[in-house]
Design a protein around this ligand. Sequence first.
Ligand code: TPP
Ligand code: MG
Length: 1006
Amino acid sequence: MTENISVPDIGDFESVEVIEVLVKTGDQINKDDPIVTLESDKSSVEVPSPIAGKILAMNVKVGDKVSKGSLLAKLQGASTDTSTTKKNEEESVKEEKDTVEKGKEILNIHSEKNVKKISTQSSFKDDIDPLETEEWIESLNAVIKNDGPSRASFLLNKVVSRAYTAGLVLPDTRTTPYINTIPLELEIRSPGNQNIEKKIRAYVRWNAAAMVVRANKISSDLGGHIGTFASAATLYDVGMNHFWRAKNKDFGGDLIYFQGHSAPGMYARAFLEGRLTEKQLNRFRQEVDSGGLSSYPHPWLMPKFWQFPTVSMGLGPIMAIYQARFLKYLINRGLLKDEGRKIWVFIGDGETDEPESLGAISLAAREKLDNLIFVVNCNLQRLDGPVRGNGKIIQELEGSFRGAGWNVLKVIWGSYWDPLLKADKTGLLMKRMNEVVDGEYQAMKAKGGAYVREKFFGKYPELKKLVSSMTDNDIWKLNRGGHDPHKVYAAYHAAMQNQGSPTVVIAKTVKGYGMGKSGESINTTHQQKKLDEQDLLYYRDRFNVPLTNEQVKNIEYYKPAENSEEIKYLKERRKQLGGFIPERSSLAKPIKAPPKDIFESFMKSTGDKEMSTTMALVRMLTNLLRDKNVAPRLVPIIPDEARTFGMEGFFRKIGIYAHEGQKYEPEDSEQLSSYKETKSGQVLEEGITEAGAMSSWIAAATSYTNHDIEMIPVYIFYSMFGFQRVGDFAWAAGDAQARGFLIGATAGRTTLAGEGLQHQDGHSHILASMIPNCVSYDPTFSYEMAVIFREGLRRMHEKNENIFYYITAMNENYSHPEKPEGADEGILKGMYLFKEYKNKGKIKIQLMGSGTILRESIAAAKILSEEYGVDSDIWSVTSFNELRKDGMEIERKNLLNPGRKKEKTYIEKCLDKRDGPVIAVTDYVRAFPDQIRPYTRKAFYSLGTDGFGRSDTRKNLRKFFEVDKEHIVAYTLSALAKEQLIGSENAEKAIKKYNIDKNKTFPTKL
Ligand SMILES: Cc1ncc(C[n+]2csc(CCOP(=O)(O)OP(=O)(O)O)c2C)c(N)n1
Ligand SMILES: [Mg+2]
């Protein structure tokens, strides 16, 4: 059957140009293979074939203009069977539903014996009819007993619905009582040998503290923390002994985000495991001469150990959420096996105040990230004092996480409380637990058993009686859940079983646990890094560490013999769990950089055709999607700005990732660029969250180590909302050795015209330049973009250099020239000679420019040559940042070798034989080109866009910031006068001619 392939609905565009014909007569094609590429003034999009078949004839050629309905090709083939795809999608949605239902079933702990007994006795004064209350409760108990918990839940839901429609005030169900979520009867007991585990924990605690104290004996400059890990030791220990599976040849490994300040504990354990030596421990926080241990988790400094930089608080939690989502993305796209790997994230309770910490928890629930487990260590303290002295951080967090849809597991009380809770028939103990605020809880742990008897139990005579047979020491021993290995084990076990939602374990602990007077539960705990002899003896005794007084005095580490039961046990546990944690490695295969011909079209002149560098980049990405090595690995990341950047063609072509597929027919389904969400979608359309998008990018950019698969993330954003907004993430990306592209689009203070002050970026390159492994470029022409992008692919993804690229792209349309012969090297090094004016040859200037403003310099050069007889060399400076790096390095080398022949910087090599002062102009602040001033060894003048942006036309903005061709001409003439190369009258004339207002205030003051 012969079919006509016509242009589908292409949105608002009347007639668009065919820029590529991708098939020819006789070709056998599949459904969705692209036939042609169409380009409007803003974006380019491929037209896919609606059916499979053989091309009988092509009806268009490059350069033709087409509209909706225009005939593109004739094809011999069968018509599309949409029913199968529909069916597949329906099936996948159904499958998803089934999995969730199955998860619920597995989770169904509602067997009758597991339901908490409901007390019929109420002690609350506001109960005006206790008998009636009892009848209600009895009825409920009877339903549970006779008809089962499901029926009881059903009835309660009905009652609640009725109450709602009757307008009653309903109970606030955001929080549950201040007790453990998992009742004693449902606790899964730890199968571990508690005796041995307790000893191991004690040695780890001791060695962690000893390491910090030793470092501070060397110098108190070194710092360190004891209190954080002391409170979290059990939380980590249970994970290490029973849950966290390492990466090995058979399994991808769980990923653990350790809380930054608990790093000493991880080193202490690695020491017992034989992975770190005593010598290394002695070099905690002394990294300058290699072999030291980094203060916090820094993959850059300990690349075989740490995986995730977490110490800038708040970054860890959100990066981990997007990590968990990215893992599902890789699985759903068929790039990775689903092995049930988990992402564990340790967070301080104080840290939860960071907006980033909780900022993406609703996404985690929405995406059903049941591979994600947060553990919030609620020691009730942060650095200066209590986290919520007047409130309850655990309840507050429970409300937030429950509200967001998480599975919340509170681990508040340890086993010593169990008999008391059991004996609490009236609920009075629970009531007391609920009413005490965190400030009081903290004070109680600081002040001892007698104080707790008085302040906690003493409030109600019944409670005082409850503990009357207990000594003060017994009361003191009433432990918190986070220090009880069984309670922690039970919670972790439940977290591992949970399906369909992320889990948060909220554990209550004591800051500085075991430190006694020197730092247990006191406000100064956080910064305690020195322990005197008495403190150390106390610590040793508290945890029974087998060291003599003399050894304690010498702050010796304790490590039992290799054949001791503790070391054997510890190693065996890790063996069972697949290896050691943390450990960083990569088994990823490099991606072969695409052949040059993929970029060939960008090397030619576009003739009259105008386009922006953003369009060129998007076209490049479209071409890359045809390269079989690169295509599946590209991860386009967009924060709700695809249309701004002309990328809407990607929606249909590669789909938007959506774990549930698309449950609706999009409004624009008839259009070529319709909004297509799919489970195997490739585009990460993040919505309005730069922090989230950046976290996604980091997950993809470190996929080579965390998932052993090299990915190529390309995150495109408004450049102003890049480094300035998420600078700390970019820094963490550098630490994590991210590899990928950050594209600062709509860049340049005057190039993004109307958007105004908050949008116009004139400094992102300066911010980027501060990150040592960030390579940045501000290209002007599409061939520069192509050369830079290809080299980025080669360096990062084929050669596996641990660098990442920041490239600015602009939205100004202009025509692009052909790549000058031999320009590649200079494009990559940071500058190349774009054009030379050699008319009269007497007076010469070196014009430098980047981004769109280079075009103003090019125009100015023509005026200078034709009207003023000033010749110029025009340098396209693709990267002032790269030039500076080279300049600094060579200068240092020369200074260190004063007797040797001086090496030349790349800038010197370029400018050596060229005369005249440098005039550097960019769309950025002057500090950007000023970076290379010392290495040019010439008089140097820079023009730039210092000051707040504002909305206006490009022309007016360039005039305002004095970076248009007229200002360049006038300032150049003036600079030449200053250098006494010409008379000042030329400049005066030009200033007059171009109506330049000498009295205008400097733009930074406007
Ligand atoms: C973004 C950021 N701000 C501030 C700090 C400094 N800081 C380090 S630890 C800390 C207190 C942490 O308290 P919490 O989160 O409760 O952890 P804990 O040590 O109590 O487990 C602070 C403010 C930091 N590391 N990162
Ligand atoms: Mg805390």
